[in-house]
Design a protein around this ligand. Structure first.
Ligand code: NCD
Length: 292
């Protein structure tokens, strides 16, 4: 299947090619247009950034974007993902972006469509364009990956962002650590304390506590979570020099991250959102050019 489902089978040179193209788009050094194409975003889970960032990327490439409204569609009549995707192909779409709560939902679509499929996030599996925009942001800041230390902090177990990011970051030569309470960490990487992370890391990446995926699993109130595992006002002043703060957003201010950290001069959260558009432009155009 064309498009981008996960980064697992994409080599580091190809990943670097995507990053370089995204930065060329950002600097205005490159512009390509694909008029007369239309693509749909099929989101079976809520989204603000990913959905509209993909649509913004499409518009920048001259592609017409359409939002599929799952809540007002035949999905409510029991129509499957397979039949929904086939419908978009039959009515003349040239590509779809899908976000779905099931891990690897795309396995059931293999071989059924000629349209490119772009994964906008599968359950707790991966979220490849989020990973790419994170990599664009890191590369823009440091100009390299090798030897950089990152700690991903928070709800690792339920996070597609953590799993996808850790996999490719290790391949790119970064040192990856995770941090959080026992019930949120898994075997993604070595577990360290948030205070060690703040003192030693080049990149502190916070993750949202995914309240919608586990009700009441924390066993503590949000204030206690913030004090024990969050990037508090106190901790943000102790970051290593030149370290940056990242978060895929949406964030819970005062839970995993303090407002002071969101607004801090070392925060790159706004850049991440901006870079998402360019990373998605790179992915879509490389797919349409047969380079992905
Ligand atoms: C993330 C997601 O949905 O995977 N957000 C995003 O796409 N920017 C992370 C989250 O919801 O916590």
């Amino acid at each position: 299947m064309k498009g981008l489902l996960t980064l697992e089978n994409i080599g580091v040179n190809k990943v670097q090619e995507i990053i370089d193209l995204a930065l060329e788009f950002k600097k205005g050094k490159k512009s390509v247009r694909y008029p007369n194409l239309k693509m749909a975003t099929l989101f079976f889970e809520d989204s603000t950034r990913t959905n509209y960032s993909f649509q913004s990327a499409m518009l920048n490439l001259g592609i017409t974007p359409i939002s599929f409204n799952a809540k007002m569609s035949s999905v409510n009549k029991g129509e499957s993902l397979y039949d929904t995707v086939k419908t978009f192909e039959n009515i003349g779409f040239d590509g779809v972006v899908i976000r779905h709560p099931q891990n690897r939902y795309f396995d059931e679509l293999t071989g059924i469509t000629k349209m490119p499929v772009f994964n906008g996030g599968d359950g707790s599996g991966s979220h490849p364009t989020q990973t790419l925009l994170d990599l664009v942001t890191i590369y823009e800041e440091f100009g390299r990956f090798k030897g950089l230390k990152i700690c991903i902090i928070g709800d690792i177990a339920h996070s597609r962002v953590a799993h996808g990011n850790a996999e490719i970051m290790k391949r790119l030569g970064m040192e990856v650590f995770i941090s959080g309470p026992d019930f949120f960490v898994d075997d993604t990487a070595e577990v360290i304390s948030i205070d060690r992370a703040v003192a030693e890391m080049d990149i502190i990446m916070l993750l949202r506590v995914q309240f919608e995926r586990h009700k009441d699993a924390m066993g503590m109130n949000t204030n206690e979570y913030h004090q024990r595992y969050g990037l508090t006002k106190f901790r943000v002043e102790r970051l290593k020099e030149n370290a940056i703060i990242m978060h895929p957003a949406p964030f819970n201010r005062g839970v995993e991250i303090s407002s002071d950290a969101v607004e801090h001069k070392r925060s790159r959260i706004n850049e991440q959102m901006t870079n998402g558009v360019y990373a998605r432009m790179a992915v879509i155009s490389m797919t349409l050019e047969g380079k992905l």
